[in-house]
Design a protein around this ligand. Structure first.
Ligand code: FCB
Length: 478
């Protein structure tokens, strides 16, 4: 830690009033999928389709948080967290995605919000974290415009019923992943492999966001934002083939537009990015007059999810070297690359805290004055309960430590960062990976539903208490 303003004990501090939280999502933790009138979502259908989710896992029971929310709120409180980001299950509130509310679904969220309020924990509510009501999917899902309109109606119902207890609303979680993984690659629900549907979904997700912002404001919502997954595109130095530096910059611009700009630019600036590949851009015929104004309505904050960057270097896609793969920009002379010296998590994701610093500083430059929250950051690890009954997740402590340090440095370098939410409070249903990948700071024994706070939970609680990152002891094992 060089060149950083530190406290007397060497700890790196955060601004006063900084928000500290943890994130979860409805389908990943709630279970109770057929209780109290909940309808099926695309993730129920997908996870029950053989071969789609590793090990045939489903969210049928998950962390059973639908019944154990009191225990989970107590966990948040015991860690000293001031904020909890969770999502609403649309098919719990509107089982078929339209029409009147299912009161019992709303009652659950009301009880959860009351419990949070009783512990002085602010609620940050994601309205859509990927569990579209199946009936809307049967009509085309996000590939059709009507879904954006249904989404705004649902957002209005949620805000009307729950708004008095919600500090911040997040319209969508990671629309890029919905379009790419759900509609283009098919490794997420609804499992489509349809490029046309994917680019249409991009526009309708963004439109749904814009319409929901208006609906939320009309319902008197406090603060409104969106959460985007951000992937800094980094160009590695080293020998550059002739003319390669131009090619690398061109590749960087294209991939940045595809991975980030396709969502960030419409939301911040009301336009699709100049460098995005034509195949990803929604066709002009789908973009009605006024859509982009609606999509770019001013926000109160932006949520940033950060896990991993994308690296490019000069190379030959027809003659790939170790750790190289063809670049998604398809620019000759450019390949994607996983630097050997960087660790990878069990997801295969590169660990690069400087990517978080880059993203926060860059986005703040693009949106001066807009408060940013890291709404997800964390890692999977090979966690297990040791003979002493403890989970000593040193890899995760190291990951959190280095990423928090990067966040603190970003603030000093001008990023307008107002809070940080670790992904995740609990081990949970990790989408296509099922329960095989554990991201929690609290271990869940899925056989008994017992929760065991990991060593990283104690580490994080110390950070929160001090509003600063303690130095790791010199004897630290990694
Ligand atoms: C993000 C998702 C979240 C979780 C993490 C690991 O893309 O928003 O639900 O699965 O990845």
């Amino acid at each position: 830690m060089t060149g950083l303003a530190t406290g007397d004990d060497g700890a790196l501090g955060f601004p006063e009033g900084f928000t500290w939280g943890a994130s979860t999502a409805a389908y990943q933790i709630e279970g109770a999928v057929v209780e109290d009138g909940r309808g099926p979502s695309v993730w129920d259908t997908f996870s029950h389709t053989p071969g789609k989710v590793r090990g045939g896992d489903t969210g049928d029971i998950a962390c059973d948080s639908y019944h154990r929310y009191r225990e989970d709120v107590a966990l948040l409180a015991s860690l000293g967290l001031t904020s909890y980001r969770f999502s609403l299950s649309w098919p719990r509130i509107q089982p078929g995605g339209r029409g009147p509310v299912n009161q019992r679904g709303l009652d659950y969220y009301r009880a959860l919000l009351d419990e949070l309020a009783a512990h002085g924990i602010a609620a940050v509510v994601t309205i859509y974290h990927w569990d579209l009501p199946q009936e809307l999917q049967d009509e085309g899902g996000w590939a059709v415009r009507g879904t954006a309109e249904r989404f705004a109606e649902y957002a209005a119902l949620a805000a009307g019923a729950l708004g008095d207890r919600v500090a911040r609303w997040i319209t969508l979680n990671e629309p890029q992943v919905v379009s790419t993984n759900g509609y283009r690659n098919g490794d997420h629900a609804p499992g489509l492999r349809d490029a046309g549907a994917a680019s249409a979904a991009t526009h309708h997700l963004l439109l749904g966001h814009g319409l929901a912002v208006r609906a939320l404001r009309d319902a008197g919502a406090a603060e409104v934002g969106i959460t985007l997954d951000m992937h800094p595109v980094r160009v590695l130095g080293g020998p550059v083939a002739e003319g390669g530096s131009g090619a690398l910059e061109q590749g960087r611009l294209i991939i940045d537009a595809a991975a980030n700009g396709l969502y960030l630019e419409p939301v911040l600036h009301g336009r699709y990015p100049e460098h995005a590949p034509a195949t990803l851009l929604p066709p002009a015929a789908l973009i009605a007059d006024g859509d982009l104004e609606m999509i770019s309505a001013p926000l109160d904050f932006l949520g940033v999810n950060y896990y991993s960057p994308i690296f490019l270097r000069a190379g030959d896609p027809a003659d790939l070297r170790r750790n190289e793969q063809p670049a998604r920009c398809q620019v000759p002379g450019v390949v994607e690359y996983q630097p050997e010296e960087l660790e990878r998590t069990p997801m295969g994701w590169l660990v690069d805290p400087s990517g978080l610093h880059q993203v926060l500083v860059d986005v703040s430059r693009q949106a001066p004055g807009l408060p940013l929250y890291v709404t997800e950051n964390g890692c999977a690890a090979e966690d297990y309960v040791n003979p002493d009954g403890e989970v000593n997740d040193v890899e995760r402590i190291r990951y959190l430590h280095t990423h928090l340090e990067a966040a603190a440095r970003a603030i000093k370098d001008g990023a307008n960062l107002a809070g940080y939410f670790v992904w995740s409070l609990l081990d949970n249903f990790e989408w296509g990976w099922g329960y095989q990948k554990r991201f929690g700071i609290v271990f869940v024994d899925f056989g008994t539903q017992r929760r065991i706070p990991k060593a990283s939970a104690a580490f994080y609680a110390n950070v929160v208490r001090a509003n600063a990152i303690p130095l790791l002891p010199a004897s630290w094992p990694l």
